[in-house]
Design a protein around this ligand. Structure first.
Ligand code: NAP
Length: 315
């Protein structure tokens, strides 16, 4: 049972007033939902800082945005590869040196359905390392800057969290045995959600001034599978993209923009499309399965993530 709380059309950018003076940081913003979110923020007068891994693609994305919004449009990029902890630390340092205000950090970047097991530079299974550990470190490094602006952290998850093991496989986090693309992707997205819900608890307990929300884009026509998926998955998703069960990348951006801007959103919640299978349709609060906020798993994952990244949160 879903309820958009925003009327029959759900949340749309029509609810946004001027965002002048606001600054949004988006990871993986040169394509897909991150790019579309950048467009909508710029259209409302906000400043956008992209945290992207690819310099050329970023320059092209910025050129496209400047063509639409003018040469002075406040959009820039800082190079950051989430699959490399040293790169994340360096990018966070650059952010702290150059940006004094962060209204929201949107953890949007991801890789998905990587067909064969690959390891990041730091030795993590590639989806876990990129999607979860990279963002875990980035959020920690930028937490105080976000708090100074009473800002938000938005975690972009996936309904895929329900399709894997539905827990964290602590004894083999990096899939040394029995690697399969989908369960490994699912675990990485579940880990991102558990991180967000645990962070909500820690913020509440320590009375800190940052808000955390979790959303997903449903099923959206982006380059996600094209970029990292195997041939068969690419073919299946290519066919699906022509069906009514897939919406535009622009619509897929609505939940993350909503979570970055809307007041009165809930904590233990998952926001996204509320139509068919929650893949498409009006944006609002969707269904959240309880295993995604199993407290004992969340706490264990937090400790493991601190250990693996070598980053200890001051919270
Ligand atoms: N599309 C869907 O149906 C769907 C469904 C469920 C969840 N999601 C989630 O939605 C979010 C956005 O994905 P999307 O669908 O818009 O896919 P996308 O078009 O492929 O965008 C993903 C972005 O992440 C970036 N990225 C990948 N690895 C990175 C790394 N190591 N460091 C920095 N950036 C990196 C990509 O950069 P490059 O351009 O350099 O590759 C790209 O800009 C993801 O969190 C994904 O899990 C999407």
């Amino acid at each position: 049972m879903t309820d958009t709380q925003f009327g029959p059309d759900g949340w749309t950018p029509a609810r946004l007033g001027s965002l002048e003076g606001r600054t949004y940081l988006i990871t993986g913003a040169n394509s897909g939902t991150g790019f579309q979110a950048s467009r909508i923020f710029l259209a409302k007068g906000a400043q956008v800082v992209m945290l992207n891994r690819n310099e050329e693609k970023s320059a092209a994305a910025i050129a496209t945005l400047k063509q639409e919004f003018g040469a002075d449009a406040p959009v820039s990029f800082i190079r950051m590869d989430l699959s490399d902890l040293a790169s994340v630390r360096a990018a966070a340092g650059q952010v702290r040196d150059s940006i004094s205000k962060i209204d929201a950090l949107i953890c949007n970047a991801a890789i998905a359905q990587v067909p064969t097991r690959q390891l990041t530079k730091d030795g993590f299974e590639s989806q876990l390392g990129t999607n979860h550990y990279g963002h875990f470190l980035l959020c920690g490094e930028l937490f105080e800057t976000i708090e100074k602006s009473a800002g938000r952290i938005v975690v972009v998850a996936s309904l895929g969290y329900k399709m894997g093991l539905r827990t964290i496989q602590f004894e083999d986090m990096n899939w040394g045995r029995n690697y399969k693309a989908n369960p490994a992707y699912s675990q990485s997205k579940l880990a991102q959600m558990m991180f967000a819900y645990e962070l909500q608890d820690r913020i509440a307990a320590a009375d800190r001034n940052v808000t955390v929300h979790v959303c997903h884009p449903g099923s959206s026509a982006t380059s996600l599978i094209e970029t990292s998926g195997g041939l068969l998955t690419r073919l299946i998703f290519g066919l699906m993209a022509k069906s009514p069960l897939v919406q535009s990348a622009e619509k897929g951006a609505y939940p993350e923009i909503m979570c970055a801007t809307e007041e009165r959103l809930k904590q233990r919640a998952l926001y996204g499309p509320t139509g068919r299978m929650e893949w498409v349709g009006p944006v609002g609060e969707g269904t959240l399965e309880s295993f995604a906020h199993d407290k004992s798993v969340m706490k264990k994952l937090w400790d493991r993530s601190e250990r693996e990244t070598g980053y200890h949160w001051n919270i």
